[in-house]
Unconditional design. Structure first.
Length: 534
């Protein structure tokens, strides 16, 4: 086998490994709140609007006045017949979210063809993650030579952070692919002579990135800065034209962003916690998370330290090998993109009073670049040492990968497990009362038996009253299970009332969820006459 053929075979083997890990996770856990939100928007249903503007005819979420079978709630997670058009999806998105629309529009088309199962939703993201592998191989080969190409692909294939977010039914896998593609195409723009096709594709990828997540703008600006640093070598008229076309492509959405940011939503304020002094260390913490294997899946501290210490000599090798040439041959572009992805959220937070920099998903556009730099550093080490370091990194990261595979629910929200276990013990005379945001209510309903009776209590909407609604929901019931999950800070007056007027017979925790089981203080069923309340 020729050298070129063996390299291609090695890349294909890495892609098989990446695909295997991602396929294993497609249906390992049920969907969590954000993924359920993605599905609702993609099927044309708004979830987080004010109650006063809800339009049931357009599929908007409405708190039902009475308990409903679980199957009735599932309409918010399904395509209608005929399916909602793109205009309705855009409307639902503008009511419920501030994110750009491209991911939701593509997911809508995907699910129309293949259905809305958990595996189908996550497969869409997994394919973007898989497509990122050869892009990193190309970038690393260009900026670090052939010895860097395969390590870059392998590192992304097994990186716990990349793995976790490349199978989530959110836009983050697309973000990583588009960020990597921007870097690869920007490197081509620095070539001489500049050909039209890379510029055309760069323009389209730029627009796609900016219409997928706002924080891709940090990487995009970093690409422009790198091009500006090479102003003598590029055709600036063409670059300026591409930037203007990109602006025209995204303008129809971005002109409505200020209005969208002003709208009230159920989860509007959840990020509004100032960073304070953590702003000084947040970029470094983010970069460390890229390589340490730390995340919401709970890998061991020992493995995180092992990974971090293993990358230390890789970084030293990178700096020592290039020294003054660290910013040449495209390495400067990769480094700028990593820095921009890690620092950009901090700047945003300081301006807005938010805390996005504490959540790694908002900096994922920098992960591909970080792994390319690591691969370039590895390439400066002799083959035996390179292989040994890769094996140690794989060993350290395997703790995170195993933890991800063992998770009961993503972000410790096991909707499927809770709903399935409750359905086995609930009778038609029992009730599940879900205290959550709308997507949390739908998470329980999606996995419960279709006939299981569910009542929603979304505190942010202000539609429920104590004691009137508690009495109406529970009247004639033999058992009530209160599920508090993904509450986003809403108080639960219904729980306090039930604790005062019913008998608590069981309480448990599943991840971040809390389950409380109530039965009547006397008799077999709840009866809320004036005498019974006393």
């Amino acid at each position: 086998m020729s050298t070129a053929a063996s390299r291609i075979a090695a890349l294909l083997a890495v892609m098989v490994l990446a695909a295997g890990l991602r396929v294993a996770l497609l249906d390992r856990q049920g969907l969590w709140a954000d993924e359920l939100f993605s599905l609702a928007i993609a099927t044309g249903h708004s979830l987080e609007h004010p109650a006063a503007v809800a339009d049931p005819a357009r599929g908007d979420y409405v708190e039902a006045p009475t308990p409903l079978p679980a199957a009735a709630y599932r309409r918010y997670l399904e395509h209608e017949n005929p399916p909602a058009g793109f205009s309705r999806i855009i409307r639902a998105l503008r009511l419920s979210d501030t994110s750009p629309p491209l991911y939701y529009l593509l997911l809508s088309g995907w699910t129309r063809q293949l259905g809305t199962s958990d595996a189908v939703l996550r497969l869409f993201s997994a394919l973007w993650g898989l497509a990122t592998v050869p892009v990193l191989w190309l970038i690393a080969r260009r900026v670090g030579g052939e010895p860097a190409a395969l390590p870059a692909a392998l590192l992304f294939a097994i990186n716990p952070l990349g793995l976790y977010y490349s199978v989530g039914a959110r836009m983050y896998s697309m973000v990583m692919f588009l960020a990597a593609s921007l870097i690869a195409l920007t490197l081509r723009l620095g070539d001489r002579p500049l050909k039209p096709w890379p510029l055309t594709v760069w323009t389209l990828v730029s627009a796609a990135a900016l219409l997928t997540h706002y924080f891709t703008v940090f990487v995009w600006v970093a690409c422009l800065v790198w091009l500006a640093m090479r102003w003598r070598q590029i055709r600036w008229a063409w670059i300026i034209g591409a930037v203007l076309v990109t602006g025209l492509l995204v303008l129809p959405w971005y002109v409505v962003v200020p209005e969208s940011l002003r709208q009230w939503r159920v989860t509007r304020d959840w990020l509004y916690t100032p960073l304070g002094f953590r702003a000084l260390v947040a970029p470094f913490e983010m970069a460390l998370r890229f390589v340490s294997g730390r995340g919401p899946w709970g890998s061991s501290i020992r493995s995180q330290w092992l990974a971090g210490l293993t990358f230390a000599p890789v970084g030293v090798a990178l700096v020592l090998a290039f020294r003054r040439r660290l910013f040449s041959e495209g390495r400067g572009l990769v480094l700028l993109c990593v820095v921009a992805a890690c620092v950009g959220p901090v700047v945003f937070d300081l301006l807005r009073g938010t805390s996005t920099a504490l959540r790694p998903r908002y900096a994922l556009a920098g992960l591909p670049g970080m792994l390319v730099l690591a691969a370039v550093g590895l390439a400066r080490i002799r083959l035996a040492g390179r292989v040994a370091l890769l094996l140690v990194i794989a060993l350290a990261w395997s703790s995170g990968v195993r933890a991800i595979l063992r998770l009961e629910g993503r972000d410790l929200e096991p909707y499927r497990e809770i709903a399935v276990s409750l359905s086995k013990t609930m009778s038609p005379r029992d009730l599940i009362l879900v205290h959550s945001i709308p997507s949390g209510v739908l998470g329980i309903a999606r996995y419960a038996e279709g006939s299981t009776m569910i009542a929603s209590w979304v505190g942010q909407l202000g539609q429920r009253r104590v004691p009137a609604d508690v009495e109406a929901f529970t009247e004639g019931r033999e058992k009530v299970v209160l599920v508090r999950i993904h509450e986003i800070g809403a108080p639960a007056p219904e729980e306090s009332w039930l604790r005062d007027h019913a008998r608590l017979v069981g309480e448990s925790h599943r991840g971040y969820a809390r389950l409380s089981v109530f039965e009547p203080r006397s008799g077999e069923r709840f009866v809320w006459s004036a005498a019974a309340r006393r």
